[in-house]
Design a protein around this ligand. Sequence first.
Ligand SMILES: NC(=O)C1=CN([C@@H]2O[C@H](COP(=O)(O)OP(=O)(O)OC[C@H]3O[C@@H](n4cnc5c(N)ncnc54)[C@H](OP(=O)(O)O)[C@@H]3O)[C@@H](O)[C@H]2O)C=CC1
Ligand SMILES: Nc1nc(=O)c2c([nH]1)NC[C@@H]1CN(c3ccc(C(=O)N[C@@H](CCC(=O)O)C(=O)O)cc3)C=[N+]21
Length: 295
Amino acid sequence: MTAHLIDGKAFAAGLGDRIAAGASDFAARTGRAPGLAVVLVGTDPASEIYVRSKGRMARKLGMESFEHRLPADTTQEELLALVAGLNADAAVDGILVQLPLPSPLDSRAVIEAIDPGKDVDGLHPLSAGHLVAGLPGLVSCTPLGCLMLLRETLGSLAGLDAIVIGRSILVGKPMAQLLLAENCTVTMAHSRSRDLPEKVARADIVVAAVGQAEMIRGEWIKPGATVIDVGTSRVLRDGRTLLVGDVDFAAAAERARAITPVPGGVGPMTIMSLMHNTLVAACRRRGLPVPDLDG
Ligand SMILES: NC(=O)C1=CN([C@@H]2O[C@H](COP(=O)(O)OP(=O)(O)OC[C@H]3O[C@@H](n4cnc5c(N)ncnc54)[C@H](OP(=O)(O)O)[C@@H]3O)[C@@H](O)[C@H]2O)C=CC1
Ligand SMILES: Nc1nc(=O)c2c([nH]1)NC[C@@H]1CN(c3ccc(C(=O)N[C@@H](CCC(=O)O)C(=O)O)cc3)C=[N+]21
């Protein structure tokens, strides 16, 4: 292996210290801690783990965590009523509804019901619109975390050729917008793209957010490129479950200049970006200056 390993876990820990200081300052000024509400409908085991780690991290950084666990047969009306209550609750600065929701719940309607000022997941159409328009707003946690890692690794991204593989509202689309705002030349690839290997081979920055275990082959990577692997898939190998990314890590690390591991790369940054967004939302809601969280 020749590539530099981008240590998301360590970077997230450093950012966490700055967020904790900001949260404590917020509490001193307002008499209460920033509050994050996480809503989980149903009992998807992976979602349970994420929700638990989000609550634990919020408390660790001196924020208040409100966890709402609803049964899988919750109705749309019940869920919308909960969101309305959280919108009205002054102690709640951020609202995250864990996705995917069990069918037949309509996640779009639920997301649109969230107060955009509390949309710490950056999923509301108004948040997405602000990002495209270059206006201040809340940016989806995973792309925000990826951007922090890229800036830390590369400094200025201006002029670089970037490819984002995957175009979801949660990851791919906001990622491409952030890279464009950093003056990258951005290609967006998806399941209908032709000749993906040739497009990946031209990129200085590769962000893979597909959800297909190790589909990005090492030999596609341009020598010296920086690779950010968002994907997380559980695979059975040698009788053990293993968490792997969208990128064939071992082969890609032979060619890349820097690469994120899975686990320990993007995942910890997603959770820390959520904490970042909660503090930012809390400060904006109270008209307080947003602390400078860049290292
Ligand atoms: N580590 C972290 O913090 C996080 C990890 N994830 C992980 O990232 C992955 C992606 O998540 P998410 O964006 O929500 O997933 P989605 O399923 O919503 O989107 C997947 C995207 O990949 C595209 N795609 C699917 N197959 C191919 C293919 N063969 N070639 C090119 N593109 C393809 C799809 O294209 P099309 O639009 O044409 O269907 C779609 O745009 C998942 O593994 C998820 O678990 C997600 C969030 C956070
Ligand atoms: N409304 C909403 N917002 C989300 O941000 C959201 C969501 N729904 N639904 C599911 C995806 C997935 N996601 C992850 C978060 C952390 C890790 C993470 O911390 N992963 C660890 C490993 C954890 C493990 O071992 O399972 C790591 O990569 O090191 C992974 C994935 C957020 N998502």
